[in-house]
Ligand binder design. Structure first.
Ligand SMILES: *Cc1c(COP(=O)(O)O)cnc(C)c1O
Length: 380
């Protein structure tokens, strides 16, 4: 066991991160004020071509604000994927609303055919309100998740949102760097097409701030409200007048300093992930394809197997970390009684996917060692 351990997905802090964090410490701007936060917001906005961006403590905090800013409240419903990380769904419940769980398609993103079918057959559209006939509740929004750096069919999503007067909230936490290369949204980044988009800079994401998130939108008023709510809804700086209930969700300057160092390397990280993905394939490892017509960030690689749990254990024994895809959220205790619509493919993918090492510091030799082990594993 002298072989080095190959982790699934770890941070790569080989750029200017330390320099920028040191500078932030030297200036003693370490908390929720400081130049790095504004610079980081500007840099992200520039990168994804939005008029602005609002930095927060986590992707989850950003998604919570996204619910509030889009008017999601008590007894409303939000169409949301079953196959995702729970942090995408919890913010719906924070506001007393309910998810309507939807299946995925072969991109692992939400199946827009099923969304349409659900709206047509299970709902009633009256006075610009989409009502779920079974629950009697109004559906207010579509929460789409760009799973593993893939991209949701945003043309269909936006058409349905327009038809049924729904808000579109994009969980782009896994998809910073992903954009469309064809079609109506050519050049548009994941997260910038709907009403609001959220990125995450958690430790396992394509770039990290240790923990952090970013809200983007093309609506500058909405961005201003996001910043206001994330900074305790302070209406007067000197006298502490607060006209609303706000949150302590602002990113710190230290986190933003780290983020600036990371963002400089984002395109390089995408190149490495693309290259490693191709190299796995060249080694005969069949990975789930990303969609046509997009430039994916290749964040996570999905390998399909009939012996998921045995494979994970076998790789572990060979010093290689892997993991199954998330349990379906609709099957977890807090969500088991919520409405679900024809969840089929998500069940299959959940049973068969193993995510294999994809860090940006993965070497060609690492890829070859993982590939060799995978090929040596008996599938039957
Ligand atoms: C990481 C992630 C989040 C949450 O982001 P945090 O920054 O960890 O709060 C939400 N949704 C999905 C799909 C994620 O992968």
């Amino acid at each position: 066991m002298s072989e080095k351990f190959i982790p699934l997905s770890v941070p790569n802090l080989s750029g200017n991160e330390k320099k920028y964090v040191d500078e932030a410490v030297e200036t003693e701007w370490v908390s929720t004020g400081g130049a790095c936060i504004n610079d980081f917001e500007k840099a992200i906005a520039e990168y994804v071509h939005t008029p602005g961006a609002v930095a927060c403590q986590s992707g989850t905090a950003g998604l919570h604000l996204a619910m509030i800013l889009n008017g999601i409240g008590r007894e409303d419903e939000v169409i949301a994927p079953a196959l995702t990380f729970i942090a995408a769904i919890n913010p719906i419940m924070y506001e007393g609303a309910h998810p309507v769980f939807m299946d995925c398609d072969d991109s692992l993103c939400m199946d827009m055919n099923k969304v349409e079918e659900f709206c047509e057959t299970c709902c009633e559209f009256r006075d610009s309100k989409l009502i779920n006939k079974e629950t009697g509740r109004q559906i207010k929004a579509l929460l789409v998740v760009h799973v593993f750096g893939n991209m949701v069919d945003m043309e269909r999503a936006m058409d349905l949102a327009e038809k049924y007067d729904l808000k579109v909230i994009e969980d782009a936490t896994e998809a910073l760097g992903t954009y469309a290369t064809e079609g109506r949204y050519k050049g548009k980044h994941a997260g910038t097409i709907g009403d609001i988009g959220v990125y995450s800079f958690n430790g396992n994401k394509i770039i990290t701030t240790g923990g952090g998130g970013m809200i983007v939108s093309n609506d500058e008023d909405l961005l201003a409200r996001a910043k206001y709510l994330s900074t305790q809804a302070k209406d007067d700086m000197l006298y502490f007048q607060h006209n609303n209930i706000g949150y302590n969700y602002r990113m710190t300057n230290l986190q933003a300093a780290l983020g600036l160092g990371q963002l400089e390397q984002l395109e390089h990280f995408v190149d490495v992930k693309t290259e490693n993905y191709r190299h796995y394939m060249e080694q005969g490892i069949e990975l789930l394809p990303f969609k046509e017509g997009i430039r994916p960030n290749y964040w996570f690689y999905s390998y399909l197997t009939d012996r998921r749990d045995d494979l994970i254990k076998y790789l572990q024994e060979n010093g290689i970390q892997s993991r199954p895809v998330w349990m379906l959220i609709c099957d977890l205790p807090p969500y088991k009684d919520e409405f679900r619509y024809k969840i089929e493919k998500a069940v299959e993918y959940h049973a068969h996917i193993v995510n294999i090492p994809c860090s940006t510091n993965l070497t060609t030799e690492d890829v070859e060692r993982v590939a060799e082990r995978l090929k040596a594993f008996p599938e039957a």
